[in-house]
Structure formats: C-alpha cells, structure tokens
Write a protein that binds this ligand. Structure first.
Ligand code: PMP
Ligand code: GLN
Length: 378
C-alpha cells in the first residue's frame, strides 16, 4: 500500500543511538540517564511482583497511584488535583501527548508548535488531520508572545508548550505563564497542551511554574508528566496526564482503546514510593551532571548556552566548524567517538546560520569525562 507518511524518517534519537552503538561511541545523544532509579523504588517493585500484581490495572490508572500523584503535587507546589476525575496514568508522556491531541484536535484545525520542539508533537497532530504551524521561539528560547498573538486565528485549536524545554533547558517565567493565561481567556476555541516531563528537574534553586498553578489557564489545558524523567527510568514508560474533568473524560475515551491500561506492578510500586520521593534529590543529581559537563568543557571552543532545567546542554560550535549540524554530529560520532544530537532535527524549518548540538548530561561522571575529553580540544 502507499505509505501514509512518505517523508517520515526514523527519529533522530534512534538514529544517533544506533550510530553510537555502531561506532562504539560515548552516547550523550538520546536523553536517558546511564544510572537508575532510587534503590528503595526498586525494592518496592520487587515486592509488588512477589505480591502477584500481574493482571490489568483499572483503565484510568491505579486509584492509589492517582492519589499519591495528587499528594505529590500538593506537597511540592500546593496544587490541588482531583485524582479520580483529573488524572489518567499513561504509557509514558508520549502516549499522554497523543491521547490529549487525539481527543481534542480534528480535521482542519490548526495546531501551533513552538520550535525547536520535541519530535512527537507535529506527527500526532497531523495524524488527526490538523495543520501544524511552526513558530520559532525567541533566540534565547523565551516565548514569542507577540508572534503567537498575531498567529492565532479561529482555526487555532491547540498550542503545545514544553516547559522546562527540550532541547534548550529554558524554563518559562511567571510572566510568560500569565501571558499564556491571558491568551487562553481571549480565545474561546483555543486549548493548551503543556509538556512538563522535566517538571522536577530545574536547577540553581529555581521553582517550576506549572500551568496547573494558573487557574484560568488550567481550565483550558492538559498537562503531561513522565516518571521516566522524574525517577531516572526512561525505559519504564509510565507517565500521567492532568486535565479538567471534561477533557479527562474525552482523553480516557482515546486512552481506553489506545492501551486500555498501563502495567500494574509499576503503578503499585510507584504508589508506595511517591510518599517518600524527594524531587529535589533527583534535581540535584541531574544538576551535578550539568555542572560537571560545563566545567569539563570550560576551556573548549564549544560555547555553552544557559541550561536551566531538563537533561540537556546546548553548545554553539560555530568557532569550530561551519558544517551543518547534521554533518557535524555525524562526524563527531565517526571521528571523535561521541554521539550528540543536531538541534535542526527539532524544526520543520530550521533557522539559517544556527550551529547547535545537544548533549545529554544525565550521565555518570565517567561518561561525561570521556565525552568531554574527546570533544574539548576540537
Ligand atoms: N516530552 C519531552 C520534552 C521529552 O523530552 C520526552 C522524552 N524524552 C518525552 C516527552 C517523552 O516522555 P516518555 O518517555 O515518558 O514518553
Ligand atoms: N526525549 C528523549 C530525547 O529528547 C528521546 C526519547 C525518544 O527516543 N523518543 O532525547
């Protein structure tokens, strides 16, 4: 049959991790830690497996886990969430994003994606028949509010916002959230999808401004989170989505036929673990990777951009080469033995004269040392 997506390639993360394996390179490309979750959580999982949690969990997620999530949000940021009507456990954030888009967006709608953008947003919207309008973030990766205002039409159904931001590490300010809230109140047909998978990974004493803290914005939003990112366990693919009762009901209509339910024993173990979970300990662990990488690369010709949250450091390599970022990153794997990510992969139309690569610093010190040793003298 004719391909539905003739122009769609394998994701850049799969490509660079495969190249890293092929060339036995240090892999600081795809965003995953090379260390694991807290031991206490692993003990809970072993216990839950012994207790025979092997059958289906309830479709929206285990009630005990949804309550534990609501408590965690209340403990860390004072947010009040109803676990029964506002939380759905998803197979990672990716499936949450997909279900939230599928439930809302229809043929002919317009979806605004702020680039550089995580790669799953646009295809999910296009699959629902939407037109994707890519708007570039400002040069410092802050929100281009005026441009957003100018681009919203009565066709604009959804704006997707990632905060903290992959790949730049930018974190939205209170003012930016207030501006988005104002937009949500001005345009009746407009909704927001907040990808907050790095909610706990904010550095240097920052606080995360979640859309859930803005009551009017929250009424028009779905927010997606990932335990993969909060607990150093990206392979588990367990996340959740918080949305108002009506939107949640619509999301669950999709969720029930997409996956029905998410694996049961991890949900039980997470429910037991979350009451003692310390997000700030994980943030400190990830921040120490950022600090180490910045120190190790300090004397190099790679120019670091500010990394305020998340897993990633951007480097400008324009003092080293004028190759495209794709050619440069491929050469780094082959010749230097280091796999990184070209930032142009996060755009449909990349800006001209941008020379940026992304390095994942959620890695052990020895991994970062090896990567820096191989890069810093270029
Ligand atoms: N959104 C962003 C911004 C991400 O970086 C990632 C993954 N790394 C995801 C969503 C997907 O999260 P998950 O693995 O939980 O599906
Ligand atoms: N979010 C991860 C990254 O940005 C990759 C996840 C994936 O491979 N799909 O590197």
């Amino acid at each position: 049959f004719p391909s539905k997506f003739p122009d769609m390639a394998t994701t850049i993360f799969t490509k660079m991790t495969s190249m890293a394996n092929e060339y036995k390179a240090v892999n600081v490309s795809q965003g995953f830690p090379d260390f694991g979750p807290p031991q206490e959580l692993i003990d809970h999982i072993a216990l839950q497996l012994r207790k025979h949690h092997h059958q289906y969990a309830p479709m929206p997620g285990l009630p005990a886990l949804r309550s534990a999530i609501a408590e965690l949000h209340h403990r860390t940021r004072g947010e009040l969430i109803d676990p029964d009507s506002e939380i759905t456990i998803t197979a990672g954030a990716t499936q949450g994003l997909f279900a939230a888009i599928a439930a809302l967006v229809r043929d002919g709608d317009e979806v605004i994606v702020l680039a550089p953008a995580y790669d799953s947003y646009a295809p999910a919207a296009q699959l629902m028949g939407a037109r994707v309008k890519e708007i570039h973030l400002n040069d410092d990766f802050s929100l281009p509010i005026e441009q957003l205002q100018q681009n919203i039409s009565h066709h604009t159904r959804l704006i997707i916002v990632n905060n903290p931001h992959n790949p730049s590490g930018a974190c939205l300010s209170h003012d930016e959230l207030m501006q988005l809230q104002a937009l949500s109140m001005q345009h009746k047909q407009l909704w927001f999808l907040f990808d907050e998978v790095y909610q706990h990974l904010v550095f240097d004493g920052r606080t995360h401004h979640s859309a859930l803290m803005y009551p009017e914005l929250r009424k028009k939003s779905a927010c997606v989170f990932s335990f993969g990112k909060s607990l150093n366990a990206t392979g588990w693919k367990v996340g959740y989505i918080v949305a108002h009762e009506y939107y949640t009901r619509e999301i669950r209509k999709i969720h029930q036929y997409e996956v029905f339910a998410v694996n049961s024993f991890l949900q039980s173990a997470l429910a037991d673990f979350l009451p003692v979970f310390s997000p700030s300990a994980i943030a400190a662990q990830i921040q120490s990777g950022r600090d180490l990488l910045q120190n190790l690369m300090g004397s190099s010709r790679f120019i670091p951009l500010p990394a305020r949250g998340g897993y990633f450091q951007l480097y400008d390599y324009s003092q080293i080469s004028d190759e495209s970022d794709m050619a440069f990153t491929e050469r780094l794997v082959r010749e230097q033995g280091v796999a990184t990510i070209p930032v142009s992969a996060f755009y449909q139309k990349p800006p001209k004269n941008q020379y940026l690569i992304r390095i994942c610093f959620a890695k052990k010190p020895e991994t970062l040392q090896l990567a820096a040793e191989r890069l810093k003298n270029l």
